[in-house]
Design a protein around this ligand. Structure first.
Ligand SMILES: Nc1ncnc2c1ncn2[C@@H]1O[C@H](COP(=O)(O)OP(=O)(O)OP(=O)(O)O)[C@@H](O)[C@H]1O
Length: 277
């Protein structure tokens, strides 16, 4: 067992209080023999909202899977491809978020002939998320945005301390994305979400973790970051946007690389420490 696991599993847990600070201290993450992320140093403290950014395939889902493994029952999970059962209704898919809280008999009953309380709980969550007319509909007949909201409803129904989301607002328009993030934040003081919307990362999160080239290259408060800092996490997009006839630098010369943005934040912090009496 490494330090990060000891921090999570060894702390106070009354089922309602804060989970212990989660620490990844120089770990490598990957799949079988394939190392995806090297020497990861990160801390997730209760009350922090973190946006996880980086190009496709860089390892965001891999990192989220590790956080989920370490947080265990502290974490509600909203997966990238929703993980819904298309043949079953919205009610059934949302209810399944909490199966482990009840006995097999209660679950069987609620799935076959829902008890009033379970139905009302799911119906009210669905109404909040704009799914009021759809609760009896099979998920396979919903739009992509509706399915995304069902997946979020199922994660909210889990009622855990930490919300882990793998691009949970990728299939909805920007207005809905903000409303959904507000709803998630209302229930969870602590969140980690993979995103591609840089503006949302700055407006809705306390901190940004940025991945590139198999490493964590950015770990800084969002208030210290600009869109240019986040753009630097997407070099392929900059290359695509550049004209092949007149190649231009990926970033303007005044903007920092993610590592420089992290360093800028660190030196800013050090300056504040020194200035303190
Ligand atoms: N189950 C797996 N087994 C082996 N390799 C995997 C597995 N899942 C992902 N990978 C590989 O790990 C690397 C990182 O994938 P990951 O899904 O973590 O990236 P990501 O940043 O979440 O990408 P995206 O934004 O496209 O979802 C990729 O090279 C991917 O092919």
């Amino acid at each position: 067992m490494d330090d990060g696991q000891r921090q999570v599993t060894g702390g106070r847990d009354n089922g309602h209080g804060d989970f212990p600070t989660l620490i990844l201290d120089g770990v490598d993450l990957g799949h079988a023999d394939h190392r995806v992320l090297h020497d990861v140093h990160l801390r997730l403290a209760p009350g922090e909202r973190v946006a996880l950014l980086g190009e496709s395939g860089v390892g965001k889902s891999t990192l989220l899977a590790e956080l989920r493994r370490r947080l265990g029952r502290h974490a509600a999970w909203c997966p990238q491809y929703h993980g819904l059962v298309p043949q079953l209704s919205v009610y059934h898919n949302v209810y399944m978020g909490r199966l482990e809280r009840h006995s097999a008999l209660v679950n069987l009953w609620n799935l076959v002939r829902p008890l009033r309380q379970a139905w009302e709980d799911v119906a009210s969550l669905c109404a909040e998320l704009g799914l009021e007319g759809a609760i009896r509909r099979p998920v396979g007949r919903l739009s992509g945005g509706q399915r995304q909201r069902v997946a979020i409803a199922r994660a909210l129904y889990q009622r855990r301390q930490v919300f882990l989301g793998d691009e949970p607002v990728a299939s909805v328009d920007p207005h809905q994305a903000m409303a959904l993030l507000d709803r998630i934040d209302a229930q969870h003081a602590t969140t980690v979400m993979a995103l591609h919307q840089r503006e949302l990362a700055l407006s809705h999160f306390d901190r940004v973790w940025g991945l590139a080239d198999g490493r964590v290259v950015l770990d800084a408060p969002s208030q210290d970051l600009s869109l240019d800092d986040l753009d630097a996490l997407y070099p392929s997009a900059s290359r695509t946007a550049s004209s092949p006839a007149a190649p231009s630098p990926a970033r303007d010369d005044n903007s920092d690389s993610p590592a420089e943005a992290s360093a800028r934040h660190a030196s800013h912090q050090a300056g504040e420490e020194q200035a303190r009496p």
